[in-house]
Design a binder for this molecule. Sequence first.
Ligand SMILES: [Zn+2]
Length: 375
Amino acid sequence: MTSGTDAVALTQSLLRFDTVNPPGNEDQCARMLGAALERAGFRTRYHSFGPGRTNLLADVGGQSDRLPLCFTGHIDVVPLGNAPWSKDPFAGETDAGRMYGRGSSDMKAGVAAFVAAAIRMAPHLERTPGLTLVITAGEENGCEGAFHLHRDGVLGRAGAVVVAEPTSNYPFVGHKGAFWLRAVTHGVTAHGSMPDKGDNAVYKAARAVTKLESFRFANPPHPLMGQATLNVGTFHGGLNINSVPDLAAVAIDIRTVPTVDHRELLAALSAQLGPEVELQTLIDLESVYTDPAEPWMQSVFDVMTPILGARPAARAATYFTDAAALNLAYRNPPTVILGPGEPHMAHQTDEYCVVERIAQSVGAYEQLIRRWCLA
Ligand SMILES: [Zn+2]
């Protein structure tokens, strides 16, 4: 068997664990991977942040003075959605070169590919910089598992990061950040026939939304990612028609670029919205970006050129990843998002991945490991 077929079989095994988040239940899936990695000589650590919620850390080599190469991926998946599936979402059925299942593209194929590549290379990695594998639970609701790893100080160090999220094996040099806020306004309730006795929280929220619609970012646009964006996603206020509402809330989805400082942005929004609006932070994930000219990124491009049939151009992903949390611990090493899944299949009904890309990805990861550890 080649490592490519190992990785295809491993993808199928991972799909058979129901790790829909919520609730997640990643524990058994993490322990199956941990056992396979231990048999190959990896040192493993399990890290739990709730019932059934288990992250897996696995290391091999690492006895030289250079930092290890990190591969990361999540094993939780999003719910199935309302539409019925035409395939079993937890069987890993294959048909016409595709493997179906919830999480096939996002991102169990990616996890299987780097685990297969790491196991195959493990016998050669003693007394080299080595590998550190970070397999997370709870990514799909804001990188919860990865943030626990960071807060608990268990991540160690890494010299570069490969995030195996779905990119159809195209290397992305970064992704936008996510800064999600809730704007809350307070008032005083009164009978709807006597509004002068109350203080209407919905009017305050409406004024806030109007200011948000015309908000202009002060930072210069980023040369690759352009400008940050802001969207008001929800607006809730009031309980019944005949009362003055004393509470309203607006959810704001901001996608940031590397030229945005989240704290400065929060201060600018607070100043614009004024004292009648309280801003609460829901998710605070910085953008991730590596200069395409950086030598390791160029080496990733070298590896991917024959696989893609042309040298990659600098591109960024639209979604955020666990790298936003991991890079707080690793202090922003060069980071590539590169995985065998299909980005357009993420979170879709009848999600599939392309089987051929799994073996391609294992080959690419093995080359990245050789270049990092054995060059
Ligand atoms: Zn994902």
